[in-house]
Write a protein that binds this ligand. Structure first.
Ligand SMILES: [Zn+2]
Length: 142
């Protein structure tokens, strides 16, 4: 009787009791999945180390040119023809034009809903190179 009284307080000292044995048997925590990375990768390295490939020299011709997000012609170096040019801008119908048209239709301005399609300040701007004629950038309104 005195031994049971001594053992009972010692069990309460453990903060987290161990799970029962049947719980451990239900969860196979000890089984680790096989690692296929080692099994599938054959040793590709030959015994004699191959010489490193010669460094390939790329000509830095395709340097990205950051065109400022403006809707007016800007002076840049064309990334295609390497000329210092002032971009030629074209205006195209974008989301802003459609949005204005929908808003005008929503408020009942039926004849006026086509006005944004004629206004360049509502349109997207396409920058092109006047020398080589290539597309450079599109600045969207929306
Ligand atoms: Zn160009």
């Amino acid at each position: 009787m005195a031994d049971q009284g001594d053992q009972y307080p010692t069990e309460k000292m453990y903060p987290a009791p161990a799970p029962p044995p049947y719980f451990q048997g239900a969860m196979p925590m000890q089984q680790y999945p096989p690692m296929p990375s080692f099994a599938e990768s054959p040793p590709m390295q030959p015994l004699a180390t191959a010489p490193p490939p010669p460094p390939v020299t790329f000509q830095p011709v395709q340097t990205p040119v950051i065109i400022p997000r403006v809707h007016e012609p800007v002076v840049i170096d064309c990334p295609h023809c390497r000329a210092k040019i002032t971009t030629s801008v074209r205006y195209g119908i974008g989301m802003m034009v459609h949005l204005f048209a929908v808003v005008l239709c929503f408020f009942g301005c039926w004849p006026c809903c086509l006005i944004p399609y004629c206004l360049d300040p509502c349109k997207d701007t396409t920058h092109e190179c006047p020398a080589c004629g290539r597309h450079l950038s599109v600045v969207k309104r929306l």
